[in-house]
Design a protein around this ligand. Sequence first.
Ligand code: GCV
Length: 744
Amino acid sequence: MHTSFANALAALLLAGAIGLAAAAPAASAAPAGAPATAARTQHTAPDEDGYKLWLRYQALAPAAQERLQAQARSIVLAAAATPTTSAAIAELQRGLAGMTGTAPPQASALADGALVLATPASMPSLDAALKAELAQLGQEGYLLRATRLQGRAVTLIAANADTGLLYGAFAWLRAAATGVAPEARSAPGLQLRLLNHWDNLDRHVERGYAGASIWDWWALPEIVDSRYTDYARANASLGINGTVLNNVNAKPEVLTAAYIAKAAAVADVLRPYGIRVFLSARFSTPLELKETDTADPLAPAVQAWWKNKADEIYRAIPDFGGFLVKANSEGQPGPQDYHRSHADGANMLAAALAPHHGIVMWRAFVYAPHPDPKTDRARQAYEEFKPLDGKFASNVIVQVKNGAIDFQPREPFHPLFGAMPHTPLMMEFQITKEYLGFSTDIAYLGTLFSEVLDSDTMQRGQGKGPTVAQVLEGGDAPRQLTGMAGVANIGVDRNWTGHHFDQANWYAFGRLAWNPQASAQHIAKEWAAQTFGNDDRVQQQVVQMLMMSRETVVDYMTPLGLHHLMGTAHHHGPAPWVNDLERPDWNPVYYHRAARDGIGFDRTASGTNALDQYAPALARLYADPRTTPDRYLLWFHHLPWTYTMASGRTLWAELLWHYDRGVAGARDLQARWEALRGAVDARRHAEVAQRLRRQVINAELWRNACIAYFQSVSGLPLPPGVAPPPQSLDAYKAIHFPYAPGRG
Ligand code: GCV
């Protein structure tokens, strides 16, 4: 024990240094444009700029402060002192100082009221029952207990390794900040919990709406932004344990010595927080760097090049995670260029990484370069990957987008989930809102992610699962690798995500990657309490806004299973009329198929039969429009405008009803936020209010343009009570967004 206490002291000294380095600068003044709020907000909290994310550690009410102080009068490290335990202690000190408004607790010998961080290896005296529980929790799980140790009443954070202690510390702080009892124990449901940055080496972020990339490749490796530490803290607080630094549309230069050194500098900052660095690799890198004369995965020179490259990377980054690869997709090179399969390509890279325990995440987002006009883009990933089930090396995991098209406001789950029992599959969600209103519209994605994760694949029959979450967790067939990736919505904007509410999407992704079966509403509550404080009225209103927001966006953009109606290339705003792009499956008309006879994409046996890629029970259920949920109706069926819906309305009237509900929802979001004026600090209130004004404009544009267009196709009158679009269809068609951000 003496050694542990000495370690604790050393750790605390180090922790002090880390804590100072990582401290977030104070919030700055309210922006111009907020004067209207000034007079009415004199009693509200000081302005905040959102930089601290959900790690604000605001002062609690006096009684809660006393309780917290009583649980952590001092800190005892009964574990090996490592940079990770130092980070944990620094965070506890920061959090406790903020929430209790007192000086942070210091290291001490074991005493009543101590907060103890312990591993069984350093504290053999932990009781047998606790050790048995810990044995179930792996290297990242943790236990939180009020207990007695050596006769002293203490708060215990116990784990098998320092990363578990760090996660336990964050969990304990989260419970304190949200005023709930801490979870007794927790362990992640998935191994790989990763952010994917679509960040280019010139700092442009593909599909990024929060400013330039936080990775300053030009300045690295000598100049290391302190923001990287705060990024690491935020991710570690959620259990995110890996990050892919560069865009899947990768450049060969990222694997040159200069960039490996830059990535290594980032890895050094992230490592103490349990986060490993991965890189996106361009399949033709050796050829493009002119170091081989082919990129054929079966060529010995190519295999040797990748092996040497892996060795070089691991010399610089000993815990390098591995490669993420987009191959033979949207013009990216890949093994098919040499008549090899995805498995040939992935396994070649996997062999180079295997000696270092690295992995390959091989993306299944593919669609044929020269599509057969009679087939369906939704079928293609399945057609290419299903025959490869069981053919991937053991350190390959196939990364599948949540749906078969592309991160739409709503898609049915991807048919590959549940269809590749012999291949580890990981989920790819998009946290950045490419198709859901960028960072101007509020759309809480916790509900989108959960809807997908909770979907019943019906592989065992209707209602019998497994759910997509269970497939990912490997419940049916234990897997060597499991994971979830989220395409990051992070940039250099002061509040990280462009919109304060978009922080909730980063948060929800992390919490669901830790526990894919968690509730989106519970996560929303946690986020709201930490982000806007414990005022019940604010919390309830914010949670209500989050929970209604995504359905609102679906209503005004793509109701009833419509999809991909967005503007060309930038994907902002309505463009259902577009029909002139090079590939048929880039055109909105390809997806909605609206004509005088009706609307929707027939994916049943009478159409492209994409439905057939799902389990028989699901395929049978969705083959009939009567048993297809309304939310997927026009995804799977082409129906007459006069088709009678379950509501009793015609399909045409139902579509209009959804558009109107979407606009009403956007206005309701605005009104709900307005009701919080004075209850939320003026700066954040004004910044969100401005964006809500814009969201209402977006919603109205979507509604009016889509109604004008679909009416021109259906030829049907608007039912009584439905307001005609204020402008002509031509006027909507003339609206362009040539400089929309985030383009590919
Ligand atoms: C990174 C969509 C996006 C592209 C993205 C691609 C992908 O097509 O619009 O920007 O490229 O998906 O996921 O690879």
